[in-house]
Design a protein around this ligand. Structure first.
Ligand SMILES: Cc1ncc(COP(=O)(O)O)c(C=O)c1O
Length: 371
């Protein structure tokens, strides 16, 4: 065996959600609430475009590495100039490419914890030293503590807004406060769930050269399987990133689908409204059962239970997939549940109701009173 580089030898890998062949083959029977994907297929307009595209486009050629048509539509969607936009093979690929572009071995990278763990892997594989910063509560921002962690070796700050899995949202004012004090640090604001809350740091990219916003077509637009994401940042940063970005990665089919999705914003907006309604319905059901639930401005909630692994296993046996997050700092007992449309959440509830109360509460008598 050839040994990988030291940072990879020592790396704790990211744990993916469910993704087996059996899951894909039996997708109609599966209630997949573990990766914050959309619960519905992309818009009919996207599907029609895809069929026509596959029949007519030169799939034997490499894709447009500048994603010209998609970038034009993204400029309109984001309100930023086209040269502030760069597409990627999913926002994960954007985060990875940003790390490879900017991190020198030994650079410090601040993570606002607990958060999406994939970024840690990209940064560590570039020999970064991770500096986790937790507030007193994982549900409240603590900007002074974050700024306190910045040293002369800090290269990046990674913050997810709304945060996965806590739902913590950073306001544009808070992000500006950070940017003003960290001119030599690249601040990455991951807005994978932007469409669910409408709050963004994107306009700040015009004022601050050290800000990169990342976005995804995998969540509200329902294109997770096609892989498409993008960044918003000043053209100089894009030039640096483009030295190593693999342009051919954003395949022609994904470009066509993402462009068509932007032509049908109504579909995305009506799905977002459905998710909000279903979230309110489910949160109220769970609370009535006496459970502690954290609502978020994104398409997931956090449920606190006594035996998270048992709850996850019970559900999995019934083909329902959720994500145990209890290993994360300050999230003991927490399970993340993706919210889809009302129909799916009603199917989820039917299975959820069968979980024994002993999995939810340490004190059974409390469960008896509450249920
Ligand atoms: C915060 C966050 N960023 C990025 C991603 C990855 O998104 P994409 O599918 O665009 O790579 C996810 C996926 O769950 C996420 O939660």
């Amino acid at each position: 065996m050839i040994k990988p580089k030291k940072s990879v030898q020592q790396l704790k890998p990211y744990i993916n959600g469910s993704h087996s062949r059996a899951i894909h083959e039996n997708h109609a029977k599966i209630i997949k609430l573990d990766s914050n994907e959309s619960s519905v297929t992309p818009s009919p307009r996207v599907l029609t475009t895809l069929v026509q595209f596959i029949q007519n486009a030169p799939l034997n050629w490499y894709p447009d590495i500048d994603s010209t048509i998609l970038v034009e539509k993204l400029a309109e969607y984001t309100g930023l100039p086209a040269d502030f936009i760069q597409t990627f093979n999913g926002s994960d690929n954007a985060l990875e490419t940003i790390c490879r572009t900017f991190i020198e071995p030994g650079d410090e990278v601040i993570l606002c914890m607990p958060t999406y763990d994939h970024f840690r892997v990209y940064a560590e594989s570039c020999d970064a030293r991770i500096v986790p910063v937790c507030g007193d509560s994982p549900f409240d921002s603590d900007i002074p503590r974050l700024l306190n962690a910045v040293t002369g070796r800090t290269k990046m700050i990674y913050m997810v807004s709304p945060n996965n899995p806590t739902g913590l949202l950073f306001s544009a004012d808070e992000i500006e406060q950070i940017l003003l004090k960290t001119k030599d640090v690249l601040v990455i604001v991951d807005e994978a769930y932007f469409e669910f809350c409408g709050i963004t740091a994107a306009p700040l990219t015009q004022k601050f050269a050290n800000l990169v916003v990342t976005r995804s077509f995998s969540k509200a637009f329902g294109l997770a399987g096609l892989r498409c994401g993008y960044i918003l940042t000043q053209p100089d940063n894009i030039s640096s990133i483009n030295k190593i970005r693999i342009g051919k990665n954003i395949n022609s089919v994904a470009q066509a689908a993402a462009a068509a999705a932007l032509d049908d914003l109504e579909y995305m907006e009506s799905y977002v409204a459905e998710v909000k309604e279903a979230k309110t319905w489910l949160v109220s059901k769970l609370r009535k059962k006496g459970l502690t639930v954290r609502d978020t401005p994104a398409n997931y909630i956090l449920l606190e239970v006594a035996k998270p692994q048992e709850v996850q296993n019970f559900l999995e046996e019934q083909n329902v997939f959720v994500r145990d997050r209890s290993f994360m700092p300050q999230l003991t007992g927490s399970i993340r549940i993706t919210i889809g449309n009302r129909l799916l959440m009603e199917r989820f509830w039917k299975v959820f109701e069968k979980i024994p109360s002993s999995c939810f509460f340490t004190n059974i008598s409390r469960a008896t009173i509450q249920t």
